[in-house]
Design a protein around this ligand. Structure first.
Ligand SMILES: Nc1ncnc2c1ncn2[C@@H]1O[C@H](COP(=O)(O)OP(=O)(O)OP(=O)(O)O)[C@@H](O)[C@H]1O
Length: 329
């Protein structure tokens, strides 16, 4: 990028995802029940001058878990310390993170279901009593030393709440289940984002983007940025025609299915005669991780009424067959 351009371009100009992130609960679109529950918990803690209770945020990717963790830190006016389950592979890793926390700091652990078991058990005591037992020395001479921690608020995020052991899940004072967003909510998301980007899009164009964003704000903002690129390169206004042309270029169909969604649905219909088919068999047939299919693709296909999950496996619905252009056998 040329120097003068890089000097002028701000993160918002660049349209980086983070630059569009809501900074307060008021700016956070949708999830009305979660916002009310979270607002109550934060206000009550502030009135008591206490650190808020620990919060678990569960839901598919891109629905606002990281955003909410940042909002919690902003609302309590304390620093946010971010890490992730995969980065905590030993109890020592967690002890280092916890002992560095200052009073009232918010600790965000993304993908908390992927933390090492030894660290998980250390977290139980830390969450409940703000202390950890550190093993000092090795072998017969090893001793356990209690370490007092500063009071903190843990915000855990997971796309697989079912994988969390009960002792960990039970220690969260509040669990928020983030749902997919409605088309109207996503229209608000992209209306706000287009204003931040200074990119004017017609109302019907914004509604079209929202309708094809798989119920997910991250995707809505990403599609908006692609339409913005298309509009710039082709020197065309952000109207419905530009939206449709840009989304066609990026293989997003009328219902918001992307290439992988269609591949999975087509595999169930054509290779497994509509199902039932098991998750691992389906994952192998499309060359994807089972976790991606289960956490990203399926929740959307099920919500769109194209696929159902049965005890015997995944089954395509009549709508699913028709979406592929076939009739159920
Ligand atoms: N409720 C919302 N209102 C407006 N924008 C939102 C909302 N939720 C998410 N976004 C936008 O979507 C982007 C992705 O959200 P975020 O990173 O919080 O998702 P996530 O659930 O943490 O995803 P992952 O599980 O992949 O970490 C944010 O940068 C933000 O711009």
């Amino acid at each position: 990028m040329s120097d003068e351009l890089s000097a002028q371009a701000t993160p918002t100009d660049q349209g980086y995802e983070g630059a569009l992130r809501p900074a307060t609960l008021d700016e956070f679109v949708g999830q009305a029940k979660v916002r009310k529950q979270m607002g109550l918990l934060l206000n009550a803690a502030a009135m008591r001058n206490h650190t808020p209770d620990h919060i678990l945020l569960a839901g598919p990717p891109g629905l606002g878990k990281t955003t909410l963790s940042m909002i919690v830190a902003a609302e309590v006016g304390k620093p946010l310390h971010q890490t992730s389950g995969p980065a905590i592979q030993h109890a020592g890793d967690l002890a280092a993170v916890l002992s560095a926390l200052t009073p009232g700091e918010v600790l965000f652990i993304d993908e908390i279901h992927r933390m090492a078991r030894s660290a998980e058990e250390m977290l139980y005591l830390a969450m409940e009593d703000f202390k950890v037992d550190i093993m000092v020395g090795k072998g017969a001479g090893a001793t356990s030393v209690p370490l007092e921690l500063a009071p903190f608020t843990l915000v855990g995020a997971t796309t697989r709440a079912g994988l969390l052991p009960n002792p960990l899940r039970d220690r969260f004072g509040f669990t928020a289940h983030l749902e997919f967003y409605s088309d109207d909510e996503l229209t608000s998301v992209v209306t706000r984002a287009s204003g931040l980007l200074g990119f004017e899009v017609s109302e019907t164009g914004l509604e079209e983007i929202a309708r094809r964003s798989r119920g997910t704000p991250r995707i809505a903002n990403r599609l908006l940025r692609r339409v913005r690129d298309y509009s710039l390169v082709h020197d065309t206004p952000g109207d419905t025609a530009a939206v449709r042309a840009a989304l066609a270029l990026y293989d997003v169909d009328d219902h918001g299915l992307d290439r992988l969604d269609r591949e999975v649905l087509r595999a169930v219909v054509e290779r497994f005669e509509g199902g039932p088919v098991g998750l691992s068999t389906l994952a192998v047939s499309v060359g994807e991780e089972a976790e991606t299919i289960e956490a990203v693709v399926e929740p959307f296909l099920v919500r769109a009424g194209l696929l159902t999950r049965t005890p015997r496996g995944r089954v395509a619905t009549r709508l699913g067959w028709e979406h592929i252009g076939l009739r159920p056998v």
